[in-house]
Ligand binder design. Structure first.
Ligand code: FES
Length: 227
């Protein structure tokens, strides 16, 4: 174990742009519900700036399919009116998008300075030991995928782990076994959540992303992953 995290993304190669689309996979098209969501969202932007909706469009595709195939990226490109390479650029840049299947729970361990100083590397090592997988891998049951990511924006509650769309703060290495078991049995209800949303802070964090008022459920955006 080193004190400072190694800034080496291997073997977690989820997010290195291949400058090429992944395998097309099965034919992909939005469900009627997701098509309606996309159509409503894209009207928020001027017609010549439809690319502004790429993130939303990619979220919809991943939420529908669980990860993003080449066919899904092609579909998003058609919807937006851009090239598939532009969609791939977005997908490969952001750590929340996946180009291959992931587990039910994606464990994103922050490894940036505050978390590193307070033991994030040991948290990752413990998760690897308990789950039997290394960063970038999914366990054989398809329950957990382990990733290391950069700052999650909750540095004063380090070490922080993002689990799908939810937060768990101050995860000590010695708590990892209990943390994993609680996730298995109780799901995301076992997580601490984000302290800013619970204790105060900017309105948009206390009252949920998107901020008040919420004119409709659409304002909350699509789920990151299929339920
Ligand atoms: S350094 Fe880990 S949340 Fe900021």
């Amino acid at each position: 174990m080193s004190f400072h995290p190694r800034m080496d993304y291997t073997p977690a190669r989820f997010h290195a742009s291949a400058r090429a689309l992944p395998e097309p996979g099965e034919a992909f098209a939005y469900t009627p519900e997701n098509q309606a969501r996309f159509d409503a969202n894209v009207t928020r932007y001027p017609p010549d700036q439809r690319k502004s909706a790429i993130l939303y469009a990619v979220y919809l595709a991943q939420g529908q399919q669980g990860y993003l195939t080449g066919a899904a990226m092609q579909h998003v490109a058609q919807q937006i009116g851009c090239t598939a390479a532009e969609v791939e650029d977005v997908v490969s840049y952001y750590t929340m998008f996946f180009t291959r299947p992931v587990g039910t729970y994606v464990l994103n361990v922050c490894r940036t300075l505050s978390c590193a100083l307070l033991g994030a590397e040991r948290v990752t090592e413990e998760l690897s030991r308990v789950l039997g997988i290394r960063p970038g891998e999914t366990d054989p049951t398809g329950t957990f995928t382990l990733l290391e990511v950069e700052c999650l924006g909750a540095c004063d509650r380090a070490p922080v782990v993002m689990v799908n769309d939810d937060w768990h703060e101050r995860l000590a290495p010695e708590q990892v076994e209990q943390f994993a078991e609680a996730l298995r049995t109780r799901g995301v209800a076992s997580l601490s959540g984000c302290h800013l949303r619970k204790e105060g802070g900017p309105d948009h964090l206390r009252q949920g992303y998107g901020g008040p008022p919420k004119p409709s459920a659409e304002a909350e955006g699509p789920p990151l992953r299929r339920s």
